[in-house]
Design a binder for this molecule. Structure first.
Ligand SMILES: NC(=O)c1ccc[n+]([C@@H]2O[C@H](COP(=O)([O-])OP(=O)(O)OC[C@H]3O[C@@H](n4cnc5c(N)ncnc54)[C@H](OP(=O)(O)O)[C@@H]3O)[C@@H](O)[C@H]2O)c1
Length: 334
């Protein structure tokens, strides 16, 4: 049994492999042989020390694996079941609330950079039947965030316009889901080569945000001046002004990411004139995850995997993420 532990104060050189004592499952818990995980920007922020942990941490919020032990009172899972972790183990259903958004694996508690974990059964769902462990492990943070932006918090219909920013995990899922529901998609990227790949995934219009910094104007022009119904906002303060410019009357910006920083200016007048909305998103609940899994199976949705690293090379995987050369998800095989 092995794990990768992050030592304080954080930094990619502070990850070390440590032996792990397997813990038998107590009441309400399951023991899971972890088979795969995937990297999110949030995981990078933890290991890079941008989100400090008081006592070091076993990182990674995503985990897919096989149940190896079941504690007293657990009826939903049996030994041998394939399970997928939940980002928020205490947000089972209903609206978000402060007390539900705690206990995030790999941040508030130890996560999935380990060969075995013992955790509350409610912090897992079944895995999609059509996916292997690595593909499934991409879903619980990036996939669910995109799912909630498109399927839960907005009232999109086929034919509506969606704008996705860049080619990271959340954005590629958002593109796939938007196409799955028959929306028209405008995709942006810093790279022409990645734009080609976004086009191959079904994006109808492509904009290089480096060579075209006023990409919001361009999106307006593409839609004949109408604007887009939803912007999946992963950039944050540096991109919001162009997102507001791209927005249709009554459109919505799903506020998700911090890739350009943590606070900034919003063109408020333009936003209210358009009767636009900004809706904050924090991943989703266990209920949302079960709904997403049903859709993944029904549509045989296949997550886009950029690359896969063994657990022992976790620091190299994070270096690859840091370079932003990836397209879609970086996986970890355990
Ligand atoms: N609120 C939530 O619940 C939630 C959940 C998941 C993620 N997030 C946040 O969402 C963001 C994306 O997460 P992720 O895991 O998908 O990250 P990721 O896979 O690391 O995405 C990185 C990609 O984002 C694109 N990018 C970087 N700067 C950009 C900019 N100024 N404009 C447009 N695209 C830009 C780049 O794509 P190109 O190379 O194609 O340009 C880059 O490769 C992060 O800030 C993360 O913290 C929030």
């Amino acid at each position: 049994m092995q794990a990768i532990r992050l030592n304080n104060p954080g930094g990619l050189d502070k990850l070390e492999q440590v032996p792990l004592d397997p813990t038998p499952p107590g009441p309400g818990q399951i023991q899971v042989a972890v088979k795969a995980s995937s990297l999110n920007f949030h995981d990078y922020a933890v290991v890079a020390g941008m989100i400090p942990t008081s006592d070091g941490r076993i990182p990674l919020s995503d985990g897919a694996g096989e149940v190896t032990g079941v504690g007293e009172g657990v009826t939903e899972f049996a030994v041998g079941d394939r399970v997928l972790s939940c980002f928020f183990p205490h947000w089972l259903d209903g609206s978000p609330a402060f007390e539900k958004l705690v206990g995030v694996p790999g941040d508030h508690a130890d996560g999935f950079a380990a060969t075995s974990v013992t955790m509350a059964a409610q912090g897992f769902t079944r895995m999609p039947q059509n996916l292997d462990f690595e593909s499934a492990a991409t879903l619980s943070c990036a996939g669910l965030t995109a799912w909630r932006a498109l399927m839960v918090e907005t009232h999109l219909k086929p034919g509506d316009w969606v704008l996705v920013q860049g080619s990271g995990g959340v954005s590629v899922f958002a593109l796939q889901l938007a196409r799955m529901m028959g929306c028209k998609v405008i995709a942006t990227s810093s790279s022409d080569e990645k734009l080609e790949r976004l086009g191959a995934l079904g994006a109808h219009h492509l904009i290089n945000y480096r060579s075209e910094p006023r990409w919001g104007e361009r999106a307006l022009a593409i839609t004949g001046g109408r604007g887009v119904d939803l912007v999946v906002e992963v950039g944050g303060p540096g991109t919001v002004p162009q997102s507001v410019r791209a927005l249709a009357f009554g459109g919505c910006i799903s506020m998700i990411g911090v890739l350009t920083g943590y606070a900034g200016e919003v063109p408020t007048t333009e936003l209210f004139q358009k009767n636009g909305a900004i809706k904050g998103i924090t991943v989703g609940s266990r209920r949302h995850q079960l709904d997403m899994i049903a859709a993944v199976e029904a549509n045989d949705l296949r997550p886009v995997i950029d690359s896969s690293y063994p657990l022992a090379q976790l620091a190299d995987a994070f270096r690859h993420q840091e370079s932003q050369r990836h397209f879609g998800k970086i996986c970890i095989s355990v």
